[in-house]
Design a binder for this molecule. Structure first.
Ligand code: OOG
Ligand code: MG
Length: 254
């Protein structure tokens, strides 16, 4: 298989809601090739009319690294088709084996067009939102290597944003709670995300600069999960509260 074939195989998994074994046993590929496959996969989505709306980081917390056995920061692309309405309903039939995780998201007000320090990155941000991400690995049982998951656009499948507020308060250590029908299922702190989720902005600016890419103003940056992810059940309300930032929820259909 060439890189295009691999991207197509993973995209077919999305469309057919079917998982696959690692494709690296058939065709070994390195991290650079994995990002090339990710780009080819996003291009297939764009050919179906989806539009890029931002980027997401993965494995920015120890909790996530531990849960998935991968210990390297990764990033992927999010599109408009992945966004869910805050407080809205989502049909799990869209997915293979969805999991949900509490996140922090930023909205940019200036292009991120060079490697930035924290002050510059902060200045490029319009605000911050409580958020959740739905991940849906295209690999059987969520089993993957670093290269596999990067090729699979870092398991991205859906996201929901709560109300945005200015980044005026310190968000480095805010309590994070995720409930399932009101029952607490995940708890942590925003400090779990690189010590301070704002550091994600610096990371994203560096990754973009390395690739010679620009993230336009008005983009979304998902900072990565603060806790482990939770397998989604039908007919269930998922709600995340980040102290000082607010609440975001989504409901799965019966
Ligand atoms: C990979 C995506 C990781 C995060 O927030 O750390 C991620 C996965 O866990 O399947 O989105
Ligand atoms: Mg995530």
């Amino acid at each position: 298989m060439n890189l295009n074939d691999i991207a197509k195989r993973l995209d077919d998994c999305v469309l057919n809601k079917q998982s696959t074994a690692s494709l690296r046993t058939d065709t070994p590929f390195d991290l650079q090739a994995a990002y090339a496959i990710q780009e080819l996969g996003v291009a297939l989505r764009e050919a179906r009319g989806e539009q890029r709306v931002g980027v997401k980081l993965g494995f920015t917390s120890r909790e996530k690294m531990k849960q998935m056995g991968v210990d390297h920061l990764i990033w992927g692309v999010i599109t408009d088709a992945m966004q869910l309405e805050e407080g809205g309903a989502v049909d799990l039939e869209r997915f293979i084996h969805p999991r949900i995780e509490p996140e922090v998201a930023f909205i940019t007000r200036k292009p991120i067009d060079r490697a930035m320090n924290l002050a510059e990155a902060l200045d490029a941000i319009e605000g911050v939102c409580p958020a959740m991400e739905i991940i849906d690995s295209r690999y059987q049982a969520f089993k993957f290597t670093l290269e596999d998951v990067v090729a699979d656009n870092t398991s991205s499948a859906g996201f929901v944003l709560g109300a945005m507020r200015p980044v005026s308060t310190d968000i480095s250590n805010c309590g994070v709670n995720m409930t399932e029908n009101g029952r607490l299922v995940q708890a942590g702190s925003t400090a779990a995300i690189l010590g301070d989720p704002l550091r994600c902005l610096v990371q994203v600016s560096q990754l973009l600069a390395e690739k010679g890419q620009v993230l336009p103003a008005g983009s979304i940056i998902m900072a990565g999960a603060a806790t482990a992810a939770q397998a989604m059940q039908k007919d269930t309300v998922y709600e995340t509260t980040i102290l000082g930032l607010g609440t975001v929820s989504v409901r799965s259909l019966a």
